[in-house]
Write a protein that binds this ligand. Sequence first.
Ligand SMILES: C[S@@+](CC[C@H](N)C(=O)[O-])C[C@H]1O[C@@H](n2cnc3c(N)ncnc32)[C@H](O)[C@@H]1O
Length: 308
Amino acid sequence: MNKNYEEKLLKFLKLFWLRPENGLLLAFKSGIMEDIKFESPSLDLSCGDGMYMFTHLGGTFSDNFDYFKSTQAEKFSHDSFVDIYDAFDPNYSPEIISPPKSQIDYGTDWKQTLLNKAATLNIYKNLILHDNNKKLPFEDNFFKTIYSNSIYWVETIDFLIADLYRILRPDGTLVLQIMTPYHHETLDKLDNLFSKEAIDILDRQRRDSYKGLKTYDEWIKLFKKAGFKIKETRNVYPNEFILDLWNIGLRPIAHLLIQMNDALSPEKRLQIKKPWVDIFFKLFKPLLFSQESFKFEKSPYLLFILEK
Ligand SMILES: C[S@@+](CC[C@H](N)C(=O)[O-])C[C@H]1O[C@@H](n2cnc3c(N)ncnc32)[C@H](O)[C@@H]1O
């Protein structure tokens, strides 16, 4: 791991400070795709609120911007599940210190609130509301670069992969970051130790909602079936402990931390946020240098570079 990963860790920890374990995973996710070029026309499929891509492409927010200020955390409880980030306040306007080094031509997502947030970042030239269960709203052989880290929330993954093949140019590249069932292995291991109630609090319906998780061999079969050539595969996280941290993390109390944060004055928030981020940076930094311990077959999260 290089210096680049340290900078990324700090940036993602600042952004997602109330969920430091997310900051840690995102540093790896971004670091592993540092060399990928988004040649035009480019697409980020299921771009969400654009925070990840903005930061990955080198954008920087002011410390005054707080990602957790625009949520519906107060509606969440472990009995009535809502997506706490599916909210858009018309006053939402992240303070940007420096923009990303490049832009992406198209971003899509099925949540308008997230697209509204993404629109404030000026990173996507076009934003399109689209549900990946339906045919992609693009012509055949259109894109030179397609990226997605969110292809598995669909009913029929074969259909989506075939459709990605259709819209990719013959000289194009499809870059996918994909979970395998090993991503939630911590929870599988805890199933016997914890009560159902405790597991539900930790799981937060994740294992049920990721319908399309496949093993490495299954993903390879699916890509080949659609006609793709596999140019390269990369392991995103070096070891299991990182996933254990993420699978537990601060997720169970995130909705409460967000509400507590909402009650702070901007000055007090900054006063707490700075040492908070420093602590997690010191705690997580050594993990950036851990030895790689996964084989592709057992990897929880893979990056695939595919060609037509
Ligand atoms: C984990 S988020 C990742 C978002 C973004 N790519 C990022 O890295 O921050 C998954 C995204 O997939 C989107 N999504 C889930 N199911 C979808 C579907 N059926 N069609 C389109 N987007 C979907 C969600 O709205 C969310 O923005």
